[in-house]
Design a binder for this molecule. Sequence first.
Ligand code: ZN
Length: 394
Amino acid sequence: MGTSTAMTVQTLAEESPKKGIRLLATGDCLHPKWLAEIRDGTKERDGVFDRGKVSFVLQTEVEDNHRVHHIIIFPDVASVEGFIEGMKGRHSPLDSDGRPKVHMGGAEVAQAAVDCGALFGPSHAFTPWTGMYGHHTKLAGCYGDLAPKASFAELGLSADTDYADRISELHRLTFLTNSDAHSPYPSRIAREFNRLDIKDVTFTELRKAILREGGRKFALNVGFPPEEGKYNESACIACFKHYDLKQAMALRWRCVCGGVIKKGVKDRIEELADLPKPNHPDHRPPYLHIIPLSEIIAKAIHAPNANAKAVEDIWAKLVGKAGSEVAVLIDDPIENIANPAVADAVRRFREGKVRMIPGGGGQYGTIAFDDASPSEKAKPKSLKGQTALMDFKG
Ligand code: ZN
């Protein structure tokens, strides 16, 4: 449900290398037909299934009885089967819902994951509807006695390391910057990703990186500026008017239009934070903020959206020539970009002349260039001072 019919293992295996992705989490691996497609004709190799240049690791999200979403990463197919067993039928039909709803609390989900040797943690941990901190104020409030067994937190599109490291109980966790994809457009796959220092692309190595064992680690988190996320600021879910925390509280979370004001991740962090400023533990890797190239192209050529055919054509040409999206965005000479409008837009991105107009209430944030209309200039946020991705190497 909710996923494009074009999302096949084959398509993902073809499209992911264009984004520089070597290891992809399957999503939805409790779904019997999807699992069969992942396994089809491929031998399991230490928890991964290789297709062309890409390895798939078994992973799913589940929604617990508080509507909180959890990510579970499995060591092998037997573990997936063990987890299904552990749910004891307390779930929505597995053959329709890729992210099943389970009639279990967070602690029970954690127990089922631990029992089958899987890794677990909250997904988009701070988002208002279904994030762990949307409902709970502490990890233990969700996972109970098993909170110490959570090994990671996935930050979601609306938060970054600076947000999350204001909550000291998160310091021991590895942060994942992942994103889901419901369609195979280049603008959808790997909107956020991680760079790992590992010796081989296997579950064992991934596990070591998450647990930071044997020198394996996450070397870089790459993601949207938090303002791009659709729940960054508190805003009305009907008319998308933005409010600051004080205003929203004074209005009792009711917009002037009558709609509900949904608390943004920025304000939720402000409420939860026990540190006035982010305090990064030594193991925390740098965080690189990146804007999808397709979005920059769309803005430059005035396309209706980032999935437009004209955008895709330019994207494919540029990435084909430069080798990867990141090379186009950051490292490749501007002269290599033939389209003058796109070249100018990428130059502005590199010079920090792209500003974010924060998202909220379910509406994604957008980018604006410095010559944007005055209304678009309302909330400037520069991306200045970014170092090239290559500088973060090992
Ligand atoms: Zn409203």
